[in-house]
Design a protein around this ligand. Structure first.
Ligand code: PLP
Length: 390
């Protein structure tokens, strides 16, 4: 990416922090041993994996043996859903309509095997209530999977409240499902303490907090029955076979540690910038609205809809000016379908098609946002002049 690109797509991925790269470097070059090997280089790699596991465990307030390294958020979500449901021949899952496809498509696949799913509808901000979850529980329900924060609109969901409700049921001796949260978008910005959140499983992905891509982890509470979805060697206490991705594991832990150290200060800075961007866009561009929860939202997320224009057209024109953002539509089979998240929030097609997500990060400055707003104002005027819709 060119030095002067204004990168506003941190929810999609983040650049690798140079300090993370430095921590990884030895395990990509000289310390290449297989952690399962008994000679010294193997044991050096094993020690690095163990240290990384201990670091992440401390940050999540869990035990190291409760963590499983995976290839990313998608695999963590797959392992959580498939690994729990497949401990029984039949079963029921409760989730929401705004989950990432890593959860939704996995649920659909499990349905083809005979499992059932309840998809809880969300309100206009993308919120659900604990009451909705409680009412959907049946004696068959094995798992509730609710994301910590939504990747498109930034809404932070009430996972801890759901966890508390489930804990109460358990105390009362009622049949109680386990709770999984896809915390991929909260990595680095939200409290990931698993005891605080009262979750049994939690997914994370390294590339959302300035770590490497292709590495993730799944927290699984001790004592939870989980059916491995990848069989082979005995790695990860027989829960996920394959030689450990040592350098990336080291990078994951370093990135999460650094993000945690900077969290408070960076969240304050990002929240100010986010609110500045939101206020100016809503004030200066007519027929515009903010998607997602106005209050309970990720500190770095903005998602707007511009009436009667295509998000893709805005994106292409922003790209031409060196600004990288994202739209809420996915180009599938030649048609632009509005995002399932925006439709679940109840947006009509004219609003859903005109969505633009700008997600901020470490490199974002107020000057960059000023430039983006000025460009956006011109682009919206131009595109509206071309639009057949009033
Ligand atoms: N879950 C959420 C909420 C995400 O935002 C993403 C990635 O965008 C994923 C899961 C998938 O993570 P990965 O890209 O590491 O497979």
């Amino acid at each position: 990416m060119s030095e002067d690109t204004i990168y506003l797509d941190h929810a999609a991925t983040t650049p690798l922090d140079p300090r993370v790269l430095a921590a990884m470097q030895p395990y990509l070059t000289t310390e290449y041993g297989n952690p399962s090997a008994l000679y010294r280089t193997g044991q050096t790699a094993r020690a690095a994996v163990d240290r990384a596991r201990a670091t992440v465990a401390e940050l999540l307030h869990c035990e190291p043996r409760e963590l499983i390294w995976t290839s990313g958020g998608t695999e963590s979500d797959n392992l959580a859903l498939r690994g729990i449901l497949r401990t029984e021949k039949t079963g029921h899952l409760i989730t929401t309509t705004i989950e990432h496809h890593a959860v939704l498509h996995t649920a659909e696949d499990l349905e083809r095997d005979g499992y059932t799913t309840t998809y809880l509808p969300v309100d206009k901000h993308g919120q659900i209530t604990t009451k909705q979850v409680a009412e959907a529980i049946t004696p068959e329900t094995q798992l509730v999977s609710v994301m910590l924060a939504n990747n498109e609109v930034g809404t932070i969901l009430p996972v801890r409240e759901i966890g508390k409700m489930l804990a109460k049921r358990r105390e009362n001796g009622e049949p109680t499902p386990l709770l999984h949260t896809d915390a991929v978008q909260g990595g680095g910005t939200l409290d990931l303490g698993v005891r605080h959140l009262k979750v049994d499983l939690l997914s994370l992905s390294g590339h959302k907090f300035y770590g490497p891509k292709g590495i993730g982890c799944l927290y699984v509470k001790a004592g939870t029955k989980l059916r491995p979805q990848q069989t082979g060697g005995g790695q990860e206490h027989r829960r996920r076979a394959s030689t450990e991705n040592v350098a990336s594991i080291v990078g994951f832990a370093e990135a999460l540690k650094l993000a945690n150290e900077a969290r408070e200060q960076e969240n304050t800075r990002l929240t100010e910038l986010r609110d500045y961007l939101i206020t100016r866009v809503l004030k200066e561009i007519p027929k515009t609205k903010l998607n997602g929860d106005p209050k309970n939202r990720l500190p770095n997320n903005t998602n707007f809809s511009f009436w009667a224009i295509e998000g893709e057209s805005i994106l292409l024109r922003l790209d031409f000016k060196g600004i990288a953002g994202s739209s809420g539509s996915a180009c599938t089979s030649g048609t632009l379908d509005p995002s399932h998240v925006l439709l679940a929030l109840g947006l009509g097609h004219e609003w859903a098609h005109g969505s633009l997500r700008l997600t901020l990060g470490k490199s974002t400055t107020k000057e960059q946002l000023d430039t983006t707003i000025e460009q956006l104002k011109k682009i919206v005027i131009d595109l509206r002049a071309l639009s057949p819709i009033e």
